[in-house]
Structures are given as structure tokens and as C-alpha cells.
Design a protein around this ligand. Structure first.
Ligand SMILES: [Zn+2]
Length: 241
């Protein structure tokens, strides 16, 4: 039954059937291209990583400033204690020397108080930077997780599409086997040059590819089993479906 139908189908009929499948294949390949682009697009993750790295560097820099200042304060506190020991140690009796020592201690106290104010400000700045870093880390984690989920969905869709693609390619083989190889080449070139439409059907006595009205004589030729008939305007293969 199938064989007899195939025998009476014209070459243009086979080409038209082939094009129906090729259109589905094109649709799948287009979608796979979109999927591949989206899988490769790591821009959001890269940006989030960049923001996190910047925040991390700022926080690290601030912490190092804090440690440096703390060391400086500790060293002045130590100096002050040593001077106080001298002051109350009883070894120095000279009133002028004692006065100088008192002045030094007072100056060290002022310096400590000044540096402690600076340290307080650095601590507040550090707190802000720590919050920014935490927010950047949370954002990076979310974006990375979202991207992984998106990629998993896309990969699964792609696998499904590749299976469909294989089925369509298998379906095409017996159809292609019935088409003369020269005509098949012409068809493939036309699909490239004519926006994927090499074979077009006649609709309301006109070419559905370009709208050109066809004469009765032309329509008769199109309906006949001849292998090739081209639209005189758009040069696509015309088929009476
Ligand atoms: Zn046309």
C-alpha cells in the first residue's frame, strides 16, 4: 500500500514531504543554538563573582589597616606604662626630669585617645564592608545556583531535542532515496537562498512563496507529474498539494 503511494508521488511531492521534515529539523537546530548560547552565557555569574572579589579585597584591606593601628596603639600603651613605671619608680628625683616625664605621659595619653578614635571609625567602616561582603556572597551563591538549575533544564531539553532530531533524520532517509540527486542538490541550494522554502504550494491559484498569480496553463503543468516546475517570479519549486 505505502509502496504504491510512493510510486505515484512526483519528485516534487517527495521534495515537499522532505521540506516538511527539514523545517522541523531547522526549528530544533535553531532551538539547540539558543540553548548552547544560554548555557555558555556566564555573564551574571562572572559579574557576581567580580562584585564579591571586590568586596573581599576591600574588607581584607580594612582589616589590615585595623591590625596595623592596633599594633601602633599597643606599642604606645607599652611606652606609656614604661614611662609611668619610671615616674613612680622613685629613681628619678630631679623635678625638671619628673615634669618632662609627666608631660611625655600626658602626650602619649592624647595620642592613644586620638588613635582609638581612628580605630573606632575603622571598625565602623569595617562593619559596613563586612555586610557588603556577606550580601555579595549571598548574591553569588544564588546566581550560581540559579545558573546551575537553568543549565540542567537546558541540557535536559537539548537531550530531548537531539532524540527528536535523530528520529526526523531517520524519517528523511527513505524520502531522500526517492529523489534524484541533482534535484536534491537544487532543493538544498534553494533552501539556503530562499529563506528555507525551496518548495511552495499553490494557494488560490497563486504561488504561496511570493503571491504571483498563475495562469491556467501554468496550473495544469504544476498539477502534472513533471519533476520540476519553478515559479517564474520567485524561482521556487511549485507543488500542488
Ligand atoms: Zn513564487
Amino acid at each position: 500500500m505505502t509502496t504504491s503511494i510512493i510510486k505515484i508521488m512526483s519528485q516534487r511531492g517527495f521534495l515537499y514531504s522532505l521540506q516538511l521534515i527539514d523545517s522541523q529539523i531547522d526549528k530544533i537546530l535553531d532551538r539547540i543554538n539558543v540553548i548552547n548560547t544560554r548555557i555558555q552565557d556566564k555573564e551574571l555569574v562572572t559579574n557576581a563573582q567580580f562584585v564579591k572579589n571586590e568586596a573581599e579585597q576591600k574588607a581584607t584591606k580594612k582589616q589590615s589597616e585595623i591590625r596595623k593601628l592596633e599594633d601602633q596603639i599597643n606599642s604606645i600603651v607599652y611606652k606609656k606604662k614604661e614611662s609611668e613605671k619610671e615616674l613612680y619608680g622613685g629613681k628619678i628625683k630631679n623635678p625638671k626630669e619628673l615634669q618632662l616625664l609627666q608631660e611625655e605621659i600626658s602626650s602619649l595619653k592624647n595620642r592613644i585617645s586620638q588613635l582609638e578614635d581612628e580605630l573606632f571609625n575603622l571598625m565602623i567602616e569595617n562593619e559596613t564592608l563586612e555586610h557588603e561582603l556577606q550580601a555579595a556572597e549571598t548574591n553569588l551563591l544564588k546566581i550560581t545556583t540559579d545558573k546551575a538549575a537553568e543549565v540542567a533544564d537546558l541540557e535536559s531539553e537539548k537531550t530531548q531535542l537531539l532524540t527528536e532530531l535523530n528520529v526526523l533524520k531517520i524519517e528523511e532517509e527513505p524520502i531522500q532515496a526517492h529523489i534524484d540527486s541533482d534535484l536534491l542538490n537544487k532543493y538544498q541550494k534553494l533552501r539556503i537562498s530562499k529563506n528555507r522554502l525551496a518548495v511552495v504550494i499553490v494557494e488560490e491559484n497563486a504561488c504561496s512563496g511570493c503571491g504571483n498569480s498563475l495562469t491556467l496553463a501554468e496550473l495544469q503543468k504544476i498539477k502534472s507529474p513533471i519533476d520540476e516546475y519553478y515559479c517564474p517570479v520567485c524561482k521556487r519549486i511549485l507543488y500542488y498539494g
